[in-house]
Ligand binder design. Structure first.
Ligand SMILES: Cc1cc2nc3c(=O)[nH]c(=O)nc-3n(C[C@H](O)[C@H](O)[C@H](O)COP(=O)(O)O)c2cc1C
Length: 193
């Protein structure tokens, strides 16, 4: 079995195929993601729901082989640097911390960004692109590297690319790439009132 077959979600109920298909890959091949495809993923993200339709998300992205990619990659923690060097695109997800209309704090901003990122990753599966969200980056370094405005908060990084064989990875990543995904059952995460 290849990694995608191993990672395909084995579900209790008839969950849609594009949800079963998404997983957090680490082995990426050399095929570049076209600019238009990347923008398609970003537009998918933009259709996520957000409090007051504020759309507090902001994306900084860079393609492999560019100075921007090097800068983003340098902000990752060492464990994530090892395998992200082969990603086609690195994306930094940020939020605007306040509402544009009245500058009051937006307490839903990160919640909304999570919805946008999930939407982006699900759209990616339709293009055979796999994404991997990472909290493992240095936020202070990122703020300095990109001279971020005080109102912008970096939240997660994301690696995107087309799949390569798991064998292209070093351990422990190779084993992780070939380990089936698991989830809590519906009864564990829900309560009928
Ligand atoms: C907020 C967040 C932070 C994460 N940080 C990292 C990270 O720094 N490095 C990493 O390898 N994976 C990271 N992950 C990926 C998770 O480990 C992964 O989504 C989880 O194990 C479920 O696997 P799946 O996405 O393949 O279903 C992160 C995921 C999220 C949502």
């Amino acid at each position: 079995m290849n990694s995608s077959e191993i990672k395909h979600a084995q579900t209790q109920y008839a969950v849609s195929e594009f949800i079963r298909k998404r997983w957090s890959a680490r082995a990426f091949n050399d095929t570049p993601i076209p600019q238009e495809t990347l923008e398609t993923l970003l537009e998918a993200a933009s259709w996520a729901p957000s409090a007051n339709n504020e759309q507090p998300w902001v994306y900084y992205y860079a393609f492999k082989g560019t100075e921007g990619f090097e800068k983003l990659w340098n902000c990752l923690l060492p464990g994530n640097q090892l395998w992200t060097k082969n990603a086609s695109v690195l994306v930094l997800s940020l939020v605007r911390k306040t509402f544009e209309a009245n500058q009051k704090p937006n307490n839903s901003a990160k919640y909304d960004l999570g919805a946008a990122n999930a939407t982006l990753l699900l759209e990616a599966t339709q293009h055979d692109i796999f994404g991997h969200i990472m909290g493992g980056f240095d936020a202070e370094k990122t703020k300095n590297m990109f001279n971020l405005d005080e109102n912008l908060e970096p939240v997660v990084m994301m690696a995107l690319g087309y799949l390569a064989e798991a064998e292209t990875l070093e351990e422990p990543f190779k084993t992780r790439e070939l380990t089936p995904r698991k989830r809590k059952s519906v009864s564990e995460i829900s309560k009928k009132l």
